[in-house]
Design a protein around this ligand. Structure first.
Ligand code: PLP
Length: 388
């Protein structure tokens, strides 16, 4: 089996497996005051430091990391938490993009129904519509939410520049970045980016599923610009109640530490695999949907010659190769990806696009085999189409 769907999820790394195995018998509740509870709390705090360091924070700033159940929940907490913390009559506008993940876009739709004015910037060709941003960015803006890396196209948006301009025009504005696909893939971190809120997820970096984190800047906490929406026993500094997912959190900490320590070599490996993949794809007769500007090291969006992505997906799957059509998260809906259309593809082109996402466990051999099978698939399916 060749797994090329690492943007959907990744395999657990050995460090995460080892740490989870070591903690299997740690059943104390981190909120309990007895020894078992304190032992669990220590494990959660250690993991919090590892995640903080992986985000370029200092050990002493680890309290800014709030563990959540996933990247989706981190995005929900960031957006709903800050939208409802403020009197919406004072600042009612939210700026985001046309190609956010559903865990941002669907929350924006809820806010629109609740009376917020949501402005979406186009991301045509993989670039933010800066002109529209400049027209819209004024004192009525409550919140700017822009992802670091697009999960379907691999486009990297210049979030740092956008956030700096947003703060210059309106120092009160709240900045949020969904960094789930950029985490440990790009050299980015919340403080350098100027993000007040920054979402990440463990299972995209070889940690376990069911755990994520939101960075909340100390200023957001001090000025009470964010409120929790999961309310209960006050865990996670009151921002996310509920007994912590201890095994998930320790696994996340281990994966974060490992990913951070090996960041440069992992990134180099992914870039070299991406280059090889793009060559193979071109040789096979498909086209890479290349975003302008910086690209994620691990995502290759591939346009097939008049073959539906679903058909190719099944062909590849039957040969033991796992890729996805557009993005795994939108695969529940039958409609064509809005992100790809906004990127500039015609609907039929978007319908013929597959996504390969590379991981550190992939080899050059994997990519070459994929290239050969893709070529066979294209030749066969195009011939089949001509016949019928
Ligand atoms: N944001 C982006 C850009 C993603 O790609 C994903 C998952 O694919 C998420 C958020 C959601 O993360 P999770 O699966 O941890 O909920």
């Amino acid at each position: 089996m060749i797994y090329l769907d690492n943007s959907a999820t990744t395999a657990l790394c050995d460090a995460a497996k080892k740490k989870i195995a070591e903690c299997l018998d740690c059943y104390g509740n981190p909120s309990s005051r007895h020894t078992l509870g304190l032992d669990s709390k220590k494990l959660v705090d250690e993991a919090r430091v590892s995640v903080a360091l992986s985000l370029g924070l200092k050990r002493g700033d680890a309290q800014s990391i709030i563990f959540t159940s996933c990247g989706t929940e981190a995005n929900n907490l960031a957006i709903l938490g800050s939208a409802y913390a403020k009197d919406k009559r004072r600042a009612n506008k939210i700026i985001t993009t046309n190609s956010e993940h559903p865990s941002v876009e669907n929350v924006m739709q809820r806010l629109e129904r609740d009376g917020f004015d949501v402005v979406r910037l186009s991301t045509r060709g993989g670039e933010l519509d800066v002109e529209k941003f400049e027209q819209e960015m004024d004192s009525s803006v409550l919140f700017v939410s822009v992802m670091a890396v697009n999960n379907e196209t691999g486009a990297c948006y210049d979030v740092k520049k956008l956030f700096a301009e947003a703060k210059r025009r309106n120092p009160d504005v709240i900045t949020h970045c969904d960094a789930v696909q950029g985490y440990l893939k790009l050299d980015i971190c919340p403080q350098k980016m100027g993000a007040d809120l920054y979402s990440v997820s463990a299972h995209k970096i070889h940690g376990p599923k069911g755990v994520g984190a939101l960075y909340i800047s100390p200023d957001m906490v001090k000025t009470k610009k964010i409120i929790p929406y999961i309310i209960g026993g006050g865990q996670e500094s009151g921002f996310r109640s509920g007994t912590e997912n201890l095994l998930g959190i320790v696994g996340f900490g281990a994966a974060a530490r490992e990913g951070f320590e090996n960041f440069s070599q992992n990134r180099e490996k992914l870039i070299s695999l991406r280059k090889l993949c793009e060559e193979e794809v071109t040789r096979a007769g498909a086209v890479v949907n290349t975003p302008c500007g910086e690209r994620a090291p691990h995502i290759v969006s591939i346009r097939l010659p008049k073959i539906k992505s679903e058909t190719m997906l099944n062909f590849l799957s039957a040969k033991g190769i796992c890729v996805s059509a557009g993005s795994a998260c939108s695969s529940h809906s039958q409609s064509v990806s809005g992100t790809l259309v906004d990127f500039g593809l015609a609907r039929d082109e978007a319908d013929s696009t597959i996504r390969v996402s590379l991981g550190i466990y992939n080899t050059e051999e994997d990519i070459k085999t994929f290239g050969a099978v893709l070529k066979d698939g294209i030749d066969m399916l195009v011939r089949f189409k001509r016949l019928y």
